[in-house]
Write a protein that binds this ligand. Structure first.
Ligand code: AMP
Length: 115
């Protein structure tokens, strides 16, 4: 059963694709959390970083992030890979969020570290 993101990659579900190469496809997040919110998804169906095969060549995700940031004129941005439900992963096809376009708030457990 193909994942939601494989269906987007295969153009079975619409999405605003802004970048693709032979390894990854990147499209705008449907519920953006910043002025720029792009998902960078490997064509290969890997569930998450926790399931990443050691021999995989996953530098393509980072290479794509660099190219997309350049394409969008972003000098500051954040890359996030949620891994597992407690970290907020909701789609179980590895993906990296690229967030930017404004000052970004800090991250972590809300309230943690505040005295
Ligand atoms: P995560 O919660 O880290 O697994 O990220 C999944 C992301 O996929 C969320 O930010 C969703 O808003 C996004 N998303 C879900 N469905 C779609 C879709 N059809 N097109 C684009 N983004 C989507």
């Amino acid at each position: 059963m193909p994942t939601l993101f494989t269906k987007i990659i295969n153009r079975e579900i619409p999405a605003e694709i802004i970048y693709e190469d032979s390894h990854v496809v990147a499209f705008k997040d449907i519920q953006p959390q910043a002025p720029v919110h792009v998902l960078i998804v490997p064509r290969q169906e890997v569930v998450s970083i926790a399931e990443l095969p050691e021999e995989g060549d996953h530098r393509h995700l980072l290479n794509a992030a660099k190219k997309i940031a350049e394409q969008l004129g972003l000098s500051s941005f954040r890359l996030v890979i949620n891994t597992g439900p407690d970290a907020g992963q909701t789609v179980f096809h590895l993906h990296m969020h690229l967030l930017g376009g404004d000052q970004l708030g800090h991250f972590g457990v809300p309230g943690f570290g505040e005295s």
